[in-house]
Write a protein that binds this ligand. Structure first.
Ligand SMILES: Cc1ncc(COP(=O)(O)O)c(C=O)c1O
Length: 482
């Protein structure tokens, strides 16, 4: 039986490619999986800079766990709560967990806003939360507007199983990738003309991949826009506590306190994957101001409940005000320090990053190094960076950026020694061990010399996945889409 007839045995979802795995974003993961860097076992391997993970404060968390053995049900101190926690399966979630999350979300917003624990819905990470909110707000064929550049896995999370469409609208470097009302309006009007039912707008604030917070004026204009059109606004605020320098984070929840707005249209997606560095715990949250969404979403939570063991532990940790205060301050300080080490390190060889104040990554500008200022040129440079420089960074095209030459580089998923090795590799690639300003022409010559089409074919796959292996790999990149 041929593959074609075999695939007809499966559903349309199983056989379509809207999961978005056919992207260099995921191909970089596969290349890394084949040759991962290790300081002693594989010092020439690829350094993973495509993973938006926050590993900078585990020492603090581990200390808290040691000091609070009662919070874990698998310790002599906590085992007497084992039975109650093990049998708990209510899709409302443990009340103490929802209370703790509501207070934590308020704390991150400087106490300027409070959250009602009864509006907190659980889900399997922000991945599940984004899909859950789409299921509640839109039908197959309906559309959501998304500013570019955007998180590559949105294609999977928002549309693969729900059948909704993503309508990208563009931002560019001329105003530091700020969302403009004009671009939004144009995308909305075009969709209307094409008879597409636009149900909403989704943004990430702080932005992945830009690492910037959205300013209050922009947020207000977005809230006005969605009110005028009577469509929804979903704010994915998963990076809200990663802000490390001014301006500080402003949440949509604060903005709607100050303006006339139909709150039924406002929804926040959150998770502990970035702010606390716990992507493995799969703690995702939808906070909706809409009673209908709360009621339906609560029932949908059954598909992605957070384990009660995790809820139990986190209820205790997040409620420890003193610890959380210390954690948030220290995490922000360490992220800022790491950001400075990286950006100053690349500046020494003439590379700049978008000025940013949040996130676990930099948006690095390599436009001047492109052999040709096209997306093919960007892919060529990217392949050289993976194959020769041995860094897995993510090309801007995988974030649907409209300008070739931007790359997202994650800096918080490794220790300082590894960052230094990555910086050294970049400097060597530039051909300068010293700190002299880089001559771009020399870079370009190097790129031409080191790029080989054999590597392109054999090592890293094509931009559109023509050569992407679809056979299972040891660690599925879909599982690790960060
Ligand atoms: C903007 C954004 N939303 C959602 C997610 C998914 O997060 P989670 O691990 O909580 O599913 C990510 C992960 O990188 C992200 O960057």
């Amino acid at each position: 039986m041929g593959l074609g007839s075999k695939s007809q045995l499966l559903s349309k979802i199983a056989t379509n490619d809207k999961h978005g795995e056919n992207s260099p974003y995921f191909d970089g993961w596969k290349a890394y999986d084949k040759d991962p860097f290790h300081p002693t076992k594989n010092p020439q391997g690829i350094i993973q800079m495509g993973l938006a993970e926050n590993q900078l404060c585990f020492d603090l968390v581990e200390e808290w766990i040691r000091n609070n053995p009662k919070a874990s049900i698998c310790t002599p101190e906590g085992v007497n709560q084992f039975r109650d926690v093990a049998i708990f399966q209510d899709y409302h979630g443990l009340p103490e967990f929802r209370n703790a999350v509501a207070r934590f979300m308020s704390k991150i917003r400087g106490g300027r806003v409070t959250f009602d624990p009864d509006r907190i819905l659980m889900s399997g990470g922000a991945t599940g939360a984004n899909e859950l909110i789409m299921f509640c707000l839109a039908d197959p064929g309906d559309a959501f507007l998304v500013p570019t550049p955007y998180y590559p896995a949105f294609n999977r999370d928002l549309s693969w199983r729900t059948g909704i469409q993503i309508i990208p609208f563009h931002t560019d470097s001329s105003n530091n990738f700020k969302i403009t009302r004009e671009a939004l309006e144009a995308a909305y009007n075009k969709a209307q003309q094409e008879n597409i039912n636009v149900k909403g707008l989704i943004i990430t604030n702080p932005s992945n991949p830009l690492g910037c917070t959205v300013d209050t004026e922009t947020l207000k204009s977005l809230v006005s826009f969605i009110n005028e059109k009577s469509i929804h606004l979903v704010c994915d605020e998963i990076y809200s506590a990663t802000v490390f320098s001014s301006p500080s984070f402003v949440s949509v929840s604060e903005v709607i306190q100050e303006m006339e707005c139909n709150r039924d249209l406002i929804h926040i997606v959150y998770s502990l994957s970035k702010d606390m560095g716990f992507p493995g715990f799969r703690v995702g949250i939808v906070y909706s101001y809409n009673d209908g969404v709360v009621s339906c979403g609560r029932k949908m939570s059954s598909f992605g409940l957070v384990s009660s063991q995790t809820q139990h532990l986190l209820a205790a940790m997040l409620s420890d005000e003193k610890f959380m205060g210390k954690y948030l301050a220290e995490s922000s300080r360490r992220l800022g320090k790491r950001f400075n080490i990286f950006t100053e390190g690349v500046e020494k060889v003439g590379i700049t990053c978008l000025p940013s104040n949040a996130g676990l990554f930099c948006w690095m500008n390599l436009r001047s190094l492109l052999k040709e200022k096209t997306f093919e040129g960007e892919m060529q440079l990217w392949r050289v960076i993976i194959n020769d420089v041995k860094l897995n960074v993510s090309p801007g095209s995988s974030f649907h950026c409209v300008e070739p030459g931007w790359f997202r580089v994650c800096f918080a998923n490794m220790d300082e020694e590894t960052v230094e090795i990555a910086l050294k590799r970049i400097r060597e690639f530039v051909g300068k061990e010293t700190e002299k300003p880089v001559k771009v022409k020399r870079w370009q010559r190097n790129l031409r010399l080191s790029f080989s089409s054999r590597r392109f074919d054999e090592t890293v796959m094509s931009p559109h996945g023509i050569m992407s292996p679809h056979s299972p790999i040891p660690h599925s990149p879909l599982v690790k889409a960060t």
